[in-house]
Design a protein around this ligand. Structure first.
Ligand code: SAM
Length: 289
């Protein structure tokens, strides 16, 4: 941090910086450096190991797309597993779906959860105390290795990038267990970075998931603070391909769930259209799905 500015250190040759109006927390957990600060441009911001994870101002883009796309693609998910996502934003969006009976969230770092409860209450809102939520502090790979076969309809992986503690969530072993614990129509979504800068992340995770899932594709979302253009969200399905869905069918599901009027980024049209990938991104997927 220099004066009142804080710089993101994701890339060693390019970055963004925020003017800090107040530093709210700065600590080192057993897993990572955690900083929470207030900015006048983006509201409150969570940084882990110098990388922006979430800001109050644009969290809706990432959270809505990471949640509503897989849940409405599945159509009738009852059991949802969330890995990572310690800020609670994905848990909140999953619980907005009335058909979800149980949302299990497994986050490795209890300090991220506690600091988010304290300093980012607008992200999770009341999700932490929802009786349909089970929050576990533990490693996602250990959880999936022990979970029963066919026990989840959707898995959402909201992890840090594949360095350090998040690396195991991008391995063959992790995806193999995820395929095993998903139901026959189950699907998994995970963030695959910004391909303009992190193409390897999309290519490698797509190749790995293709070993265990018949349908592997990706969709895009423009998250302002994940700099570099579109972010890709990788999706892999055991049942039907998620590509080429019908807008009216997606709209009907959202209407029934009472979510249609409540989003700021996700719409049925964006849901279906986000699977249309620019060629510079599509070329990193193993085969056309
Ligand atoms: N939305 C963010 C992004 O894409 O930059 C990610 C948010 S989130 C806060 C990522 C979380 O994943 C972190 O809190 C981190 O502790 C957690 N995480 C990393 N590795 C994990 C693992 N092996 N098991 C469970 N959670 C993990």
């Amino acid at each position: 941090m220099t004066d009142q500015w804080i710089e993101e250190t994701l890339y060693d040759n390019w970055g963004q910086r925020f003017r800090v109006t107040k530093e709210l927390a700065r600590t080192k957990s057993p897993f990572q450096d955690i900083v929470v600060f207030e900015s006048d441009s983006h509201g409150r911001v969570l940084m882990l190991d110098g990388v922006v994870q979430i800001t109050e101002r644009d969290e809706f883009v990432y959270q809505e797309m990471l949640t509503h796309v897989p849940l409405f693609t599945h159509g009738a998910p009852r059991n949802v597993l969330i890995i990572g996502a310690g800020d609670g934003g994905v848990l909140r969006r999953v619980l907005e779906h009335p058909g979800v009976e149980k949302a299990v969230m497994v986050e490795i770092d209890g300090a991220v959860i506690e600091l988010s409860k304290q300093h980012l209450p607008a992200i999770a809102v009341d999700a932490w105390t929802n009786p349909r939520a089970e929050v576990i502090v533990g490693d996602g790979i250990d959880y999936v290795a022990k979970a029963a076969d066919a026990s989840f309809d959707v898995i959402i992986v909201d992890s840090t990038d594949p360095i350090g503690v998040g690396e195991v969530l991008f391995t063959d072993s992790f995806y193999q267990h995820c395929a095993r614990i998903l139901t026959s129509e189950g699907l998994i979504v995970n963030q695959c970075g910004v391909p303009f800068m992190q193409a390897d992340e999309l290519r490698e995770t797509s190749e790995r998931r293709a070993k265990f899932f018949p349908h592997v594709s990706a969709y895009v979302a423009a998250v302002p603070t994940y700099v570099g253009g579109f972010m890709t969200l990788g999706i892999a399905a055991k049942g039907k391909s998620p590509v080429g869905q019908d807008v009216q069918a997606v709209r009907a599901r959202a209407q029934q769930a009472g979510i249609l009027e409540n989003t700021q980024y996700w719409t049925p049209e964006i849901h279906v259209g986000s699977f249309n990938l620019p060629p510079y991104i599509a070329k990193h997927l193993p085969t056309a799905d």
